[in-house]
Design a protein around this ligand. Structure first.
Ligand code: UDP
Ligand code: MG
Length: 318
């Protein structure tokens, strides 16, 4: 009898890598991650997710899975994008600790032992923080820096700058992450939101080993929009601020036209038009702001995130 998957002992470590058209780097990635896992203690698995690649990525994966029982290949129906491909891999993996890594070897797998050591000391999350970014254009670096500054101003979670999704997380953190049902997923922000002990590991980010970036500017903009809207209702609330300003300006117009009317300084008809315009436009913006406030709350509610996450409970009846 074959034991059901869930009855098998859980691996100590899962490595999860989303792959989109990565046929050039995959063999080298598997060689390097394999070498790291050979040295590590405990049972490990490598979950590779083919995010609807149009090259031979899937063939490379299945051949690797046939040759090495540690490798699990997952293929999505179509291209879902980096964050969802990663989420698919995270929901399939079964390890007690989970290493999230890109397949393009920009993040060196050889850092795993250092990350494990930091986790042994009690970290819930060990995230890679880049000291330098080889092979990335000035434009990419500048937009990334601006993006992290903006998102940290707009939101109340501390999302570390210069950190991608390269990180080691505990099963507990992963289960909390998977319990967040939101559709637009900004995973590094969601992990930061979970909290616990999050420890950086500084490293040098290398250039891609082969192939090219799958993040053109259009995808970067969508990614940034997802990140900001997933963590901040500030843009929605902006209409409230504008509403107050407009209401004050409109009321000022109203008073001004009334004074003119009392002093008989206005052209006939001007007073009524200006008074109505001032009051109504102020009111309209304010009403939009109120709708924004409710919509923001509705949006927060619809994300369905846990209200709180208990870390420990000590004491009580045994
Ligand atoms: N990726 C993916 N689906 C996509 C785009 C990218 O699974 O639609 C994977 C890709 O194969 C890589 C990781 O996500 O392993 C990061 O992508 P990439 O290296 O192209 O992004 P960059 O490092 O240039 O930001
Ligand atoms: Mg990359």
């Amino acid at each position: 009898m074959v034991a059901a998957m869930s009855e098998l002992p859980h691996p100590a470590l899962s490595v999860v890598a989303p792959c989109y058209n990565e046929q050039e780097v995959l063999p080298e990635f598997l060689r390097r991650i394999g070498a790291v896992l050979d040295k590590a203690a405990g049972v490990a698995e490598v979950v590779l997710v083919d995010d609807g690649s149009r090259d031979r990525t899937w063939d490379v994966m299945t051949a690797a899975a046939a040759a090495d029982p540690r490798i699990v290949a997952v293929r999505l129906m179509r291209n879902h994008g980096h964050q969802l491909a990663l989420t698919a891999g995270l929901s399939v993996c079964r390890g007690e600790r989970i290493l999230i890594i890109d397949a393009d070897l920009q993040d060196p797998p050889e850092l795993l032992p250092d990350m494990m050591a930091l986790m042994d000391q009690g970290a819930d999350v060990v995230y890679g923080q880049r000291r330098q970014r080889d092979g990335e254009s000035l434009f990419k670096r500048a937009t990334a820096a601006g993006f992290y500054r903006l998102i940290n101003r707009l939101t109340d979670v501390d999302i570390p700058a210069d950190a991608g999704d390269f990180r080691l997380v505990t099963r507990r953190v992963l289960d909390l992450l998977l319990a967040m049902p939101e559709r637009h997923r900004f995973i590094r922000g969601m992990v930061a939101w979970i909290g616990g002990r999050q420890v950086p590991l500084i490293y040098d980010r290398h250039a891609r080993a082969a192939g090219e970036s799958k993040y053109p500017l259009s995808k970067m903009i969508r990614f940034a929009a997802d990140a900001i809207t997933a963590f901040s209702v500030v843009p929605l609330m902006a209409s409230m601020t504008i509403g107050w300003v407009m209401a004050a300006v409109g009321f000022g117009f109203f008073i001004y036209s009334m004074i003119g009317w009392l002093m008989h300084a206005n052209l006939p008809g001007w007073t009524s038009i200006m008074a109505a315009l001032g009051l109504l436009s102020g009111m309209q913006f304010l009403m939009l702001g109120i709708i924004g406030a409710y919509l923001g709350r509705l949006y927060d509610q619809s994300k369905g995130r846990p209200l709180f996450m208990i870390r420990d409970i000590v004491g009580g009846p045994k």
